[in-house]
Design a protein around this ligand. Structure first.
Ligand code: 5AD
Ligand code: SF4
Length: 475
C-alpha cells in the first residue's frame, strides 16, 4: 500500500515537471457528505502538488474535477447539468475533465458516461482516488478516456497530501465503508465494507493538525462508533495478527475519543455519523468524561416507527432510540441532539409517519436534516412494491419541516441573553465587517469583533435570533 502511494508521488513529480511555468488551475466541485468533502481535500492536495492552483470558476480551470454523490437522486441531475457546461469550456482551456466519487461506482452511470459523454477524460471511483496523478499523467501524454474504477473493497491508504478547505475545523476520516445495509441506502454498495484506519495514523494526523493551529477536529466515518469493530473481530478469529501492537492501546471508538482528547491545542472534537445501535456505554462515558468532545450528538433517527425501522434494517426500535436519548441526557450534562430523517420510505403509513413526528416532539432536536426518500437502483428499498406517491411524500415532508422549524424557532428564543462560547471562523459572508463562528451546538453566531479573535474561542452574548443564525455581541 505504501508502495502504491510512493508510485503516485512519482507521478505527481512527473506531472509537476510537465506543468512547470504554465500557471495552470484546477477547479473542484464536491457533492454530498463530509466524507466526500474530505476526499476532495485529498484530491486538492494532489492537484496542488502537481502544479495546479485552485480556482472557484470552471471557466478558468485547466483541470476540472467533480466529486460525485449518489445518496439521493437530485445529485444526478446536477452532475449532468454541470458536465454539459464543461463541454463548452473544454476546447477553450484545453481542459482535462475528471469525474469521480460514489456515483462512479454505479455501473449504469459509468455506462451512461461511456456512451454519451465522450469528452470526459477520466472517470475514477471511490477506491481509486489516490491514482489521479497517474491518470492525469496518462492524459497529458495522449491516452484517451481513462476509466479507473475497481469494485473490490478499497484499502486504507496513508500519506496522501491534503489541502484543507476549512482553516478552523480539520476533518479526519477514521474509517471507510459501511456494513449496515440499511435497505434504502446505496452507500455500502459504492463505498465497500467497513475498514478502519490504524489508531497511530489517526493520532499522528490529529497531532499534526493541532500543530498547524486547528482548534477543532471532526472525526468522519459512515458509522464511527463501529470504529475497529471488524478489525477486532478478525483478530479474535485469528485472521488478523496485531504484530506491531497497533491495537494494544486503542481498540475502540471510545478509546480513540479519549486519546484525541489528550492532544494539546485541540479544543473541540466532533464526530459524524454514529449509529444508534452501536452507541455503547463506553462511548457515552467517553463523551461525558472528555472535556473537548462537544456535547452535541448527531443521532440519525431515519424513522420513528418501529415497523418502518425494521423494514429499513436499522436494528433498533422507537423505544430503544428514545431510551438511548434519555440515557445520554442523564449521563452527559447539557447534551443536545441533531438527526437525519427520511420521509416516505416504501410502505410508510400515516401512523408510521406520526411516530416520526412523535419522536421529533419528544427529543426536540437542535437541528434535523430531512430527506424525501429517493429510490436507489440495487438497494432492497427500490424493489419494494408499496412505494409512496410523490405527492404524499411531499405533503409529509412539509408537515415534518413545519414541526422541526417551529421547534427550532422556539428553542432559538431560549438562547437570547445567554453567553455562548464561539469558535471564530472569520469574516461573515453576508457582512464582512462582522465575524462569524459556531457554538458547541453548531449554532452560527454573527457578531462584531476583531480579526485577532479568528481561530479563538470567545464569549459572545446572544442578542437576536433568526432561524439559521444568531446575532451576538462580544462581552
Ligand atoms: N433517500 C433519501 N435519503 C437517504 N439517505 C440515505 N439514503 C437515502 C435515500 N435513498 C439519508 C439518510 C442518511 C443521510 C446521509 O442521507 O438520512 O442518514
Ligand atoms: Fe447508509 Fe445505513 Fe450505512 Fe448510514 S449506516 S451509510 S444510512 S447503510
Amino acid at each position: 500500500m505504501r508502495q502504491e502511494i510512493e508510485e503516485q508521488k512519482e507521478y505527481i513529480k512527473k506531472v509537476a515537471e510537465e506543468n512547470k511555468g504554465k500557471n495552470l488551475k484546477y477547479c473542484i466541485l464536491t457533492m454530498g457528505c463530509q466524507l466526500n468533502e474530505n476526499d476532495s481535500e485529498k484530491i486538492s492536495g494532489m492537484a496542488e502538488q502537481m502544479g495546479y492552483t485552485r480556482t472557484e470558476n470552471f471557466e478558468d480551470a485547466n483541470l476540472a474535477i467533480i466529486n460525485t454523490c449518489c445518496v439521493r437522486e437530485n445529485a444526478e441531475e446536477r452532475l449532468f447539468g454541470k458536465v454539459g457546461e464543461l463541454k463548452n469550456l473544454k476546447e477553450k482551456n484545453n481542459m482535462i475533465i475528471s469525474i469521480g466519487g460514489c456515483m462512479m461506482q454505479e455501473k449504469q452511470m459509468v455506462e451512461k458516461i461511456k456512451k454519451s459523454y465522450h469528452y470526459i477524460d477520466i472517470v475514477f471511483g471511490t477506491h481509486t482516488l489516490h491514482k489521479l496523478p497517474e491518470d492525469i499523467y496518462e492524459v497529458l501524454n495522449g491516452r484517451k478516456r481513462i476509466q479507473d474504477i475497481i469494485d473490490i473493497d478499497g484499502k486504507v491508504f496513508e500519506g496522501l497530501p491534503i489541502s484543507r478547505a476549512n482553516n478552523v475545523q480539520a476533518s479526519i476520516t477514521i474509517m471507510y465503508g459501511c456494513d449496515n445495509f440499511c435497505s434504502y441506502c446505496i452507500v455500502p454498495y459504492v463505498r465497500g465494507r467497513e475498514r478502519s484506519r490504524k489508531p497511530k495514523d489517526i493520532i499522528k494526523e490529529a497531532k499534526q493538525v493541532a500543530q498547524q493551529g486547528y482548534k477543532e477536529i471532526m472525526l468522519l466515518g459512515q458509522n464511527v462508533n463501529s470504529y475497529l469493530r471488524s478489525e477486532m473481530e478478525e483478530i479474535k478469529q485469528g485472521k488478523l495478527k496485531d504484530e506491531d501492537g497497533d491495537y494494544a492501546q486503542i481498540n475502540s471508538f471510545a478509546k480513540l475519543l479519549r486519546a484525541i482528547n489528550e492532544i494539546d491545542g485541540i479544543e473541540r472534537i466532533r464526530f459524524v455519523s454514529p449509529h444508534p445501535k452501536d452507541f455503547t456505554d463506553d462511548v457515552i462515558e467517553a463523551i461525558r468524561d472528555c472535556d473537548k468532545v462537544c456535547k452535541f450528538i448527531h443521532l440519525p433517527l431515519q424513522s420513528g416507527s418501529t415497523r418502518m425501522l425494521k423494514i429499513m434494517n436499522r436494528k433498533y426500535t422507537k423505544e430503544q432510540y428514545l431510551q438511548l436519548v434519555e440515557k445520554m441526557k442523564k449521563e452527559i450534562p447539557g447534551v443536545k441532539f441533531s438527526t437525519d430523517i427520511i420521509v416516505g420510505f416504501a410502505g410508510e403509513t400515516e401512523a408510521d409517519f406520526e411516530d416520526t413526528l412523535d419522536v421529533v416532539k419528544k427529543v426536540k432536536y437542535e437541528q434535523a436534516f430531512m430527506f424525501i426518500y429517493s429510490r436507489r437502483t440495487g438497494t432492497p428499498g427500490d424493489k419494494m412494491e408499496n412505494q409512496i406517491p410523490e405527492n404524499i411524500k411531499h405533503e409529509r415532508f412539509n408537515r415534518l419541516k413545519t414541526l422541526v422549524e417551529s421547534q427550532i424557532a422556539k428553542n432559538n428564543k431560549s438562547y437570547i441573553n445567554t453567553i455562548q462560547k464561539v469558535l471564530v471562523e472569520g469574516p461573515s459572508k453576508g457582512d464582512s465587517s462582522m465575524l462569524t463562528g459556531r457554538t458547541e451546538y453548531n449554532k452560527v453566531i454573527v457578531f462584531n469583533g476583531q480579526e485577532s479573535m479568528i481561530n479563538k474561542i470567545v464569549d459572545v452574548k446572544i442578542v437576536e435570533d433568526h432561524m439559521w443564525y444568531f446575532k451576538g455581541e462580544i462581552i
